[in-house]
Design a protein around this ligand. Structure first.
Ligand SMILES: [Cu+2]
Length: 87
């Protein structure tokens, strides 16, 4: 239940900034293994910075009770080498 249709692809060994918002209700974009947890508000921008020092896939979930589909809002972030990121 943690896989997604489209993973967020980020480059490793690079400072990456996530700009987080929502389209409907308040969510929380959380990926514990990357130390990310930021509320997503409709009409507002929130941000989180991350520096990933290895390739891999990191999973998370929405962590704000947001509605009946809250339990099926997975997050998957994949870090790849800069060379692969630029392809
Ligand atoms: Cu939720």
């Amino acid at each position: 239940m943690l896989e997604v249709d489209n993973r967020v692809i980020i480059p490793e060994l690079t400072h990456t900034r996530f700009v987080i918002s929502a389209a409907d209700v308040i969510h929380s974009y959380a990926c514990p293994s990357l130390g990310i947890k930021a509320d997503a508000y409709p009409g507002r921008l929130n941000q989180a910075s991350v520096y990933v020092n290895r390739p891999g896939t990191f999973f998370g979930q929405c962590s704000e009770i947001c509605g009946i589909l809250h339990s099926s809002m997975p997050i998957a972030i994949q870090s790849v080498s800069i060379k692969d990121f630029l392809l």
